[in-house]
Write a new protein. Structure first.
Length: 73
């Protein structure tokens, strides 16, 4: 049995970068929602923070959906 180390390294690198990107996007979404809540408690509006948070969550959902599509097809 021969292991293709280049392919294994490539899969490892792509999966690591995808994981880090998804975690970062989800974290940015949570930060945006917390900024929105903090602004509304102080009487202001932070629609940009809420919109950015929703965009981050939408990108996370799109990436997960694409991953499931790749697995199924």
């Amino acid at each position: 049995m021969k292991i293709d180390w280049a392919a294994l390294g490539s899969v490892f690198g792509v999966s690591l970068s995808a994981t880090v990107t998804l975690v970062a996007l989800f974290t940015l979404g949570l930060v945006g929602l917390s900024k929105h809540e903090a602004a509304t408690e102080q009487g202001g509006t932070a629609t940009l923070a809420r919109s950015g948070a929703y965009a981050c969550f939408a990108l996370c959902a799109a990436a997960v959906t694409y991953g499931i599509y790749l697995i199924v097809s």
